[in-house]
Design a protein around this ligand. Structure first.
Ligand code: MN
Length: 296
């Protein structure tokens, strides 16, 4: 099932066109099928976290509502980021071998040295307030531009947590995942802490919707493609993840309780590089979908 949020934080079920295309894609508003009063405030949307937690129990009523329609063209709605007020964004670092290798050169250029600790797989946090939806603008901060710092794209498979938990066992990790979406982990290259460099407003575009895990499996065989002006910037298959999705979820939950609706970035593929104002980034992940983000 493809779960979308649109307009005034309405919940939609998306049907894509032939071959998964957005051409001919439709959405059915299933908000009224939920057993709660709808709260359209994106900052207090507890209904969304309840949906993430209880999705499997709610699936039958959502499927029924989606089948009964009415379906409207996706072009007639405004998609939002497919998450609301997550308690945190967890992000994996150094999770593709070729990316770790390229970061030696990136760090020498942007830091003047190589930080060994940044070359190890681990997780860190981004501010949830950095989330924007598909079609949004990434705004380069004036002070960052004024200092001449590089701001990079990292196009990543993103996990949305369903049933949360603490110390989740590896072989049970996928049972705690609601589904997958696409995300850009926009990053300033500077000596500052990751939590600052990756948390500016608009630095976490997400979309276009969540594809539930029954359609994607463990996320270990998906093609990620990022292009800019038709030129390929990043192209990878998630089979190359050093720590696959179940490992990331289990590891992160050994450190912090994962709550329903939490967002987990799985790590940057090789090919990270600078973005500049006026560029348009097109990101797509096979079996999930695509989004287009402009840089201002
Ligand atoms: Mn990243």
């Amino acid at each position: 099932m493809k779960l979308a949020l649109f307009d005034d934080a309405r919940l939609g079920v998306v049907s894509t066109g032939p071959g998964g295309s957005v051409v001919g894609a439709t959405v059915v508003d299933v908000t009224g099928a939920l057993p709660w009063v709808h709260d359209p405030d994106p900052l207090t949307a507890g209904w969304w976290r309840a949906l993430c937690r209880d999705f499997e129990g709610l699936r039958p009523v959502l499927e029924k509502a989606a089948a009964e329609g009415p379906a409207v063209s996706l072009e007639r709605v405004s998609l939002r980021a497919p998450v609301l007020a997550p308690s945190k964004i967890v992000a994996a670092a150094s999770n593709y071998g070729e990316h770790v290798a390229e970061m030696h050169g990136v760090q020498e250029r942007t830091l003047g040295r190589v930080e060994a600790w940044m070359m190890e797989f681990d997780v860190f946090l981004k501010a949830p307030s950095s989330i924007v939806g598909p079609g949004a603008e990434v705004v380069l901060p004036a002070e960052v531009v004024a200092r001449g710092l590089e701001v990079h794209h990292e196009s990543e498979l993103v996990v949305v947590i369903g049933t949360g938990g603490r110390d989740i066992a590896l072989d049970e990790a996928m049972g705690h995942v609601l589904g997958f979406t696409a995300g850009l982990d926009i990053t300033v290259r500077s000596p500052a802490d990751r939590s600052k460099r990756k948390s500016y407003d608009s630095f976490s575009p997400l979309g276009p919707w969540i594809v539930t895990r029954d359609e994607v499996g463990d996320g270990g065989d998906l093609d990620i493609l990022l292009t800019c002006g038709g030129v390929v910037r990043q192209s990878v298959n998630t089979a190359d993840l050093l720590s696959p999705v179940p490992q990331i979820v289990a590891y992160a939950s050994s450190i912090m309780t994962l709550n329903p609706g939490d967002v987990v970035f799985t790590g940057a593929p090789p090919g990270v590089g600078p973005i500049t104002a006026g560029e348009t980034l097109d990101m797509r992940i096979s079996r999930i979908g695509s989004m287009t983000v402009s840089v201002r």
